[in-house]
Design a protein around this ligand. Sequence first.
Ligand code: NAD
Length: 486
Amino acid sequence: MDQQTSADRTVRGIFIDNQWREASAAIDVVAPAEGEAFTQIAAGTAADVDRAVVAARRALEEGAWSRMTAVERGRLLSKMANVVTDHAEELAQLEARDTGKPIRQARADMVACARYFEYYGAAADKLHGETLPFLNGHFAATERVPHGVTAHIIPWNYPAQMFPRSVGPALAVGNAVVMKPAEDACLTPLRMTELMAEAGFPEGAVNIVTGYGRETGAALAEHPGIDFISFIGSSETGVAIQTAAARNHIGCTLELGGKSAQIVFGDADLDAALPVLINAVVQHAGQTCSAGSRLLVERKAYDEVVGRVAERFSQVRCGTPEMDLDLGPIVNRRQQERVRRFCEQAAADGLPLLAEGQIAPGVPEKGFFVQPKLFGPVPRANRLAQEEVFGPVMSVMPFDDEADAVRLANATPYGLVAGVWSRDGSRAMRVARKMQVGQVFVNCYGAGGGIELPFGGMKKSGHGREKGFEALYEFSALRTMVVRHD
Ligand code: NAD
């Protein structure tokens, strides 16, 4: 993305106190399938971030937001579920152009988006403390209170899902939020923020400032007026966020990258597994934190399983959002080059290329398309077995037995998601429970939907949990009260 030298006062991106604000500079928004800019967003400054934080604080301490009950907050969130459903096609078209994903996927994202609002709308008045047995003559209880002003920094891969996933529970609990979406794709969060104001969210409850990570994002993470940070993005940026949080003595949740394993035993129902195994790395061109990018196959069934996976993988088709094929392009030129370098390195390392998908004829030449690739067997210490590609590249690796499968699955710095495929229920259960991950699937795979399911990582995949009821605990603090009455 190129920053424009001349100030553009018409671009959107800064929405504070329910009003669009002028931007002092703009960033081109490039459509990944077209490789060309089609609109602009604001390049927010530290001063813009400060204004947003001040507005949120005001909403929290003296605005209409501060007087709302849990049930009223819940009703507003529930209303947004209907608003998103009513605007689903408009939002899906925006999301598809902004991210490059097939329109079918963008439409599914809007269903998930509405569901986040529905879930947290219904949950808002269900969060409560408890009474505690304590000394005679004393009454003791806990209550859940909002952190205060919460900062939300999200990535570009699923902006329409990440936005309600992050701000939904925070608002349900009563925080006032400042969102910094990703500079590469943020048009649906911008539109939704505007829709939230129209739906009745009071001034200052929901604020958004677009801009570059190292400027706008860093200014938000480091702002002394922030009480909690929710971050979804790369493990590298996660370090900067955690450092900023530490300096201000506040908490944070970090939802970071992954190198997730799908373990296939010889007795797996391969017909059921095949489409799921492949979709796990093909969905949104592998630009999914929970992508199942490592396929671990029991050695005795290796040839059969890999043969069938390769056959199907070679049928995968990549195209524009409107072509609505299996996957779209990579988000930007830099990421496209990064994925290519991984593949070139794999070839230089002599890794056998088992199959590759095809780019559909007729896609724009400037689009950031890459051919999906299946490599294997990949040596366990190879980069392709250890590092997150964030592209449609799958590494196949054989394992000997149950113990070896567990060892291999856990042998990366990451710990986000794992999948186990076996008809032997006891074995699947044993293996699943040894996975060092935040979410594990048996005879299925997919964290994309599942709004009800707490989600998050271990190890380099981060800490804290979002989604599900668990997120309400993350976005609130526990206060204990003791009253002596005798
Ligand atoms: P990124 O870390 O570069 O950017 C994520 C967000 O952080 C963007 O909004 C960006 O502007 C901002 N940012 C960048 N540098 C910053 C800084 N110094 N201070 C504050 N903010 C900063 O990540 P990305 O490349 O946009 O996203 C891809 C990564 O996100 C992958 O590693 C992927 O696995 C991960 N991810 C994780 C989850 C999850 O739930 N675990 C979900 C989606 C993506």
